[in-house]
Design a protein around this ligand. Structure first.
Ligand code: FE2
Ligand code: FE2
Ligand code: FE2
Length: 256
């Protein structure tokens, strides 16, 4: 209830701010007919107003059965096998992503992009969470399952590395995982549906973080990234209380 009240409060504050700014515009229009106002005095106290916070306080986890963004791309390039084969393919993809992001983090360090280096390290660790979830499930099906060797990666400049990362994340969230989720649903493998679903949802946020870092490459902040230890969701900044994918509390997150 506390979370809901807080959300309503913030929503109310936002509405209040909107009402105030509308009143401000009306007041500005009305003042046009009046003589010009006095210039503010140089020693006057500056008018400071805290911006309304955008607090992320999720109360409901998304589901592959009801969500509207689980269709695979019509021009899908994913080869779909059995759920076990799909788990192996996902582990291989996540292993490649981990290797890429680790190399990209080192490249960002060399270029002096501290925030981008932190984001790549955080995302590499997120993909390791996906690997463990998928590997444990694959081993339940075949205990002899082994992890693949990571590929060798040659990084480029950080701008290109961010776009390369975003491209991979968008492929996974819009094509690979939706295709694997559909197959797991057909096989009625609910564990696989959940593992693929959480990864699918996390990848979309990874893409968003990469594009945000790309757009602010020359105007970075020192915001902290937070990694959900359950599903690999990444949050930038302090304005959240729980994971929007699995509802794990902020206190359980790892900071980068
Ligand atoms: Fe992943
Ligand atoms: Fe990802
Ligand atoms: Fe999570």
């Amino acid at each position: 209830m506390a979370d809901v009240s807080r959300r309503l409060f913030v929503k109310g504050a936002a509405l209040g701010a909107a009402t105030l700014s509308t009143a401000g515009i009306l007041a500005a229009c009305a003042s046009e007919a009046k003589p010009a106002a006095e210039e503010p005095k140089a020693d006057a106290e500056p008018q400071t107003q805290a911006p309304a916070a955008d607090v992320l306080t999720p109360t409901k986890a998304p589901s592959a059965d009801t969500a509207s963004n689980f269709e695979a791309m019509p021009d899908s390039i994913t080869t779909v096998g059995t759920t076990y084969e799909n788990l192996l393919a996902a582990i291989e993809g996540e292993t490649g992503a981990t290797a890429k992001y680790t190399a990209y983090a080192e490249a960002a360090d060399k270029e002096g992009f501290d925030q981008i280096a932190r984001l790549f390290r955080c995302t590499a660790d997120a993909e390791k969470i996906h690997i463990e979830l998928e590997y444990n499930l694959a081993k339940e099906i075949d205990p002899a399952t082994e992890k693949p060797e990571p590929p060798t990666i040659e990084p480029h400049g950080s701008g290109v590395n961010l776009i390369s990362g975003a491209n991979g994340e968008i492929y996974e969230t819009s094509d690979m995982y939706p295709s694997f989720i559909k197959k797991a649903q057909e096989e009625d493998n609910q564990k696989a549906v959940q593992v693929f679903t959480r990864a699918k949802l996390a990848e979309a946020y990874h893409a968003e973080r990469y594009l945000d870092a790309y757009n602010t490459i020359d105007t970075p902040s020192d915001d902290t990234y937070y990694l959900c230890p359950i599903c690999g969701y990444i949050h930038k900044g302090e304005n959240f209380t729980a994971c929007p994918i699995c509802l794990a509390p902020k206190e359980s997150f790892t900071a980068y």
